[in-house]
Write a protein that binds this ligand. Structure first.
Ligand SMILES: Cc1cc2nc3c(=O)[nH]c(=O)nc-3n(C[C@H](O)[C@H](O)[C@H](O)COP(=O)(O)OP(=O)(O)OC[C@H]3O[C@@H](n4cnc5c(N)ncnc54)[C@H](O)[C@@H]3O)c2cc1C
Length: 399
């Protein structure tokens, strides 16, 4: 495993080799069918649905069995909840392997803030999600509140005895229709808003106050719509289904985004960039024009070099940040940096790979355009490039 200037401990390298074998033996052979099937959709909370729709229940069961038997299922679950207890660095290095292919591998997909569950929330929400019996989605964005949810959020909740009554509309919610639990942010104090006035509610998808518009919004990320508009109309939620404290929901949302979303964009991009580079090197060596392989042309070599440098730099930076997160350091700004560069370098690396492949680069038989679309999307979803830069600038100017 080429990990560039960053030396991974040998036990992590061994775990990565297990992941790599699964990718090569189990997932890559399935990839051509996956890429051309009309039933796949974007989002980690879509993994089971995607595998079932594209390959059927048997393949989903087979891959889930491998995931559970190897312990990979619990890769990102903390030790106190029955998880692997692996460092962030190990998790990231392993996740990178699974991002080498477009075929998703089933893991326990737990939004990290759900570990704030208390009392009977643990049995009703957290445990079923860890075991893959229930799926969650995260509902922050609204038709008029994207980059500035704290300032612009309209969805609000008013207390009525032991319940809260939620009203509002959420938009772009990934996997809402397949989810059992919607993690909804709502304003509970209009004066305080993001400074103690937004609360996170765990809303049952079957609550009569919830309507999810079907068929969802079709984007370029999949062959099946996966983002939804969710209406909350006098949606009554028991006070016991508040996650964390009243007024603490914005902070929780930011926490989810920092680690779960922003830092993990590193391995999400690295795996795809490595695949794009491997494919491009192979293609350049065997494709001939004007009597010579492409690999002998400096114009092509320089593209390969650019891809390699981006990949090595991103890998090194991501591993360093993961190692710092493992020491308990606050890496919020650095996670923004990882998100920003992984999506930008990743998208330009895939752009080069498509160019080197010529017409074949645009074929849906190859994963290149799908990877490109995923990475380009990452410059918007989960906080845009501009918002990451704003967050980094804040730290620069403050310090
Ligand atoms: C496929 C997909 C999946 C998604 N999944 C989810 C989900 O599961 N849950 C969820 O809650 N949301 C989800 N989103 C929403 C996503 O997080 C938002 O789209 C994103 O945060 C940007 O918000 P916006 O689209 O409203 O853009 P806007 O806020 O309207 O911004 C438009 C443009 O202006 C720029 N801009 C805004 N403010 C500034 C500023 N101060 N300075 C400079 N430039 C600025 C932005 O960077 C952007 O380029 C998803 C979106 C997509 C496309």
């Amino acid at each position: 495993m080429d990990t560039g200037p960053f030396q991974l401990p040998s036990e992590i390298v061994e775990m990565c080799d297990v992941a790599k074998r699964i990718v090569h033996d189990e997932l890559l052979p399935l990839e051509p069918q996956y890429l051309q099937h009309p039933g796949h959709s974007f989002g980690t909370n879509q993994t089971a649905t995607n595998l079932k729709l594209v390959f059927g229940q048997d393949v989903l069961d087979h891959l889930t069995k491998i995931s559970r038997e190897t312990g990979l299922w619990y890769l990102m679950v903390p030790e106190e909840h029955g998880g692997s207890g692996l460092s962030m660095l190990a998790q990231i290095a392993i996740m990178e392997q699974f991002n080498y292919t477009a075929v998703p591998f089933p893991f326990a997909h737990v939004a990290n803030i759900l570990y704030q569950s208390e009392g009977d929330q643990v049995d009703r929400f957290l445990k079923p999600v860890i075991e893959g019996e229930k799926i969650t989605c995260f509902a922050q964005t609204e038709p008029n509140a994207g980059s500035d949810p704290g300032g612009m959020m309209q969805t609000h909740a008013v207390q009525d005895g032991d319940e809260w009554v939620l009203n509002g509309t959420k938009m772009w919610i990934s996997g809402a229709a397949e989810s059992d639990i919607i993690m909804v942010q709502a304003v509970t104090d209009k004066e305080k808003r993001q400074r103690g006035g937004i609360t996170m509610f765990l809303v049952d998808r079957n609550n009569p106050g919830v309507t999810i518009e079907e068929p969802g919004i079709q984007t370029w990320l999949g062959t099946r719509p996966s983002q939804y508009i969710v209406h909350l109309d006098d949606c009554r939620v028991p006070a016991t289904d508040i996650l964390g404290e009243v007024g603490n929901g914005f902070r929780l949302g930011q926490r989810w985004l920092t680690i779960h979303d922003r830092l993990l964009r590193g391995p999400f991009a690295i795996g795809k960039m490595q695949r794009a580079l491997d494919m491009s090197v192979e293609w350049a060596k065997q494709r001939e024009t004007f009597g010579k392989p492409l690999s002998e042309r400096q114009a092509i070599q320089w593209k390969l070099v650019d891809m390699y440098i981006d990949l090595q730099s991103l890998q090194s930076l991501t591993y360093q940040m993961a190692a710092r997160a493992d020491t308990g350091e606050d890496i919020r700004t650095e996670a923004s940096m990882i998100k920003l560069v992984s999506m930008n370098w990743g998208a330009r690396c895939l752009d080069d790979a498509i160019q080197i492949h010529g017409a074949m680069g645009e074929s849906l038989e190859l994963p290149l355009t799908l990877f490109y679309r995923y990475l380009r999307h990452g410059r918007i979803g989960g906080g845009t490039d501009e918002i990451q830069k704003m967050l980094i600038a804040r730290k620069l100017l403050r310090d």
